[in-house]
Design a protein around this ligand. Structure first.
Ligand SMILES: [Zn+2]
Ligand SMILES: [Zn+2]
Ligand SMILES: [Zn+2]
Ligand SMILES: [Zn+2]
Length: 265
C-alpha cells in the first residue's frame, strides 16, 4: 500500500487537493497516475464526476426536489442540531448517529463502500474514507474498511490483478496489461488480462469466443488450450472445424499440430 500512499501524495500536490478529495480523485482516475495530467482538461467536470462536489445542474435538480442545505436538523431523523452534525461538501447535514448507522450498513459491501454517496438518495457527493473513520470506532468495522480500501486499489488499478481463486488473497502486478500467464502461489493459473483459465497463446477474445461455443460441452483446460493453439495456428479457421478437431481427440490434434509445423518450415 506504499504505492497507493505515494499516488495520494502526488495527487495532493499536482491537483492542489486535500487528502480526502485527492483519494476520491484517484479512485475516479482508476489509480492511474498518468491520468493526473488529464485532470486540468476540465477541472470542474472532473470534480463533479469524482463526487468531490455537486455540479450546478445537480444542485438545481436537488433544489427543485426540495433537497436543500439544512442547518438546524438532521435530514434523516429530524433531530435538531447537535454538535455531531456533519455534511459533505453538498451541505446536507446529518447527525452522528445517522452517519454511523448509514456507514456501518454500507461497509457490508466491501466493493461498493468507497463509492457510497451522501445520505440524500439523489445527491451525488461521495463519502471519503476519512468520514468512515470519523463515525466508526469499532475495530472490526475498521478492519473491514481497510480491506475495502485495499480491494478498491487492486480492483480499479489495471496494473494489478487479484487471483481469481476466491480463497486466495494474492495478487499479480504487471504494467504490460497483456494476456500473460500468471502462476499464483496458491496453485491457480490464470490470464492477467481476463482472469480466466490460462489460454496462451490465444487472445482473450478468441478464448472467450471458443468457450461460448462450447459451453454445453464438458471440455476443460488442457484440451481447450491445445485447441486454441490450433485456432491460432490456422488463423481464420472455421469454428466448426475446430469442434470437429476436438471431437476426434487430443492425440490427433497433436498430430495435426506437428503437421502444421512441418508445413510451415
Ligand atoms: Zn439523524
Ligand atoms: Zn448531499
Ligand atoms: Zn491465488
Ligand atoms: Zn485472457
Amino acid at each position: 500500500m506504499k504505492e497507493r500512499e505515494k499516488m495520494i501524495q502526488e495527487a495532493m500536490e499536482k491537483l492542489f487537493l486535500e487528502r480526502p478529495q485527492a483519494i476520491l480523485a484517484m479512485i475516479y482516475l482508476e489509480w492511474n497516475i498518468d491520468k493526473l495530467d488529464n485532470w486540468y482538461e476540465d477541472v470542474d467536470q472532473n470534480r463533479y464526476k469524482a463526487g468531490i462536489e455537486l455540479s450546478p445542474k445537480t444542485k438545481e435538480y436537488l433544489k427543485s426536489k426540495g433537497v436543500v442545505e439544512n442547518a438546524d436538523y438532521c435530514a434523516t431523523c429530524y433531530e435538531t442540531k447537535a454538535d455531531t452534525f456533519f455534511s459533505l461538501s453538498c451541505g446536507h447535514q446529518f447527525c452522528g448517529d445517522c452517519w454511523t448507522e448509514y456507514l456501518q450498513e454500507k461497509l457490508k459491501n466491501p466493493l461498493g463502500c468507497l463509492s457510497v454517496k451522501c445520505q440524500h438518495s439523489e445527491c451525488t457527493c461521495i463519502v471519503p474514507e476519512e468520514v468512515y473513520r470519523k463515525f466508526i470506532t469499532d475495530e472490526i468495522q475498521l478492519e473491514k474498511l481497510d480491506k475495502a480500501i485495499f480491494k478498491n486499489f487492486i480492483n480499479r488499478n489495471e496494473d494489478y490483478k487479484q487471483c481469481p481463486n476466491p480463497k486466495c488473497h494474492y495478487y499479480a502486478k504487471s504494467n504490460m496489461h497483456s494476456a500473460r500467464e500468471i502462476n499464483c502461489m496458491c496453485g491457480t493459473t490464470y490470464c492477467f488480462k481476463c482472469s480466466k483459465d490460462t489460454h496462451r497463446p490465444c487472445s482473450c477474445e478468441m478464448f472467450e469466443k471458443w468457450v461460448k461455443n462450447n459451453e454445453s460441452k464438458k471440455s476443460k483446460k488442457v484440451k481447450d488450450v491445445i485447441i486454441c493453439y490450433v485456432i491460432k495456428e490456422l488463423e481464420d479457421v472455421d469454428m466448426l472445424f475446430v469442434m470437429y478437431v476436438k471431437q476426434i481427440g487430443l492425440n490427433i490434434v497433436r498430430t495435426i499440430l506437428i503437421v502444421i509445423n512441418i508445413l510451415k518450415r
